[in-house]
Design a protein around this ligand. Sequence first.
Ligand code: SAH
Ligand code: DHB
Ligand code: MG
Length: 220
Amino acid sequence: MPEGTSIFEAVDSYIDGLFVDTDDVLDAILTRANAAGLPEFHVSPGQGKLLYLMAKIIGAKNIVEVGTLGGYSTVWLARAMADGGYLATLELDAKHAAFARETMKLAGIDDRCEVIEGPALPSMQDMVGPLDLVFLDANKDAYPAYLNQAVRLVRPGGLILADNVVRQGSVLNPSGVDASAIGAAAFNQALASHPKLEAIILQQVGLKGHDGMAIARVKD
Ligand code: SAH
Ligand code: DHB
Ligand code: MG
């Protein structure tokens, strides 16, 4: 194991090596995003595969993503959609939105994906369901508000997924100055107690440090 690489990162890379096909398009997105100075907040390859599988398992055809960045997770989700599928991804930052539109052309998914630029909450409030899947990955302080909208929009049997809900354990005892930890902890509590949802959090370690992905299913 190379020095400075934890066993968790090494196993993450092992899992990716086994289950995540390397792909010129996905690799190019990360290289271009780095060159453009985008933050490295995109999901890991293994998390991308998890998102893809979740969407595929439920046959998702109507997906909303909250937090686009360079469109890396967008490509994973879009590739899982059956024919006729449509994905809208919500992004506040104009530079990220423009970059993601290029990503969609590069990946050949621009015919079935759209970036909606602006703050995500009003965009969600304007939406009409039913959706099959919502993936939350934008500002964590607003996760509880995004959850309310997702529950309104997602059909019975559909999924609500959310990245970064463990935050190195800071959700155990969120400090008053950490709005992301407070938001994620409130989101987790709401997810756990919501009468319309059945849910779990996968604790994750590895390429993106210590964090977690929430998986919730809207009850029938
Ligand atoms: N899902 C992406 C990573 C998203 S990073 C991937 O895995 O590839 C989080 C993104 O949310 C950033 O691009 C940030 O600009 C965006 N964001 C932050 N606040 C937002 C808001 N209020 N509305 C919409 N997007 C927001
Ligand atoms: C941050 C945001 C993310 O969605 C992520 O996966 C990692 C980090 C951040 O804003 O720091
Ligand atoms: Mg994230």
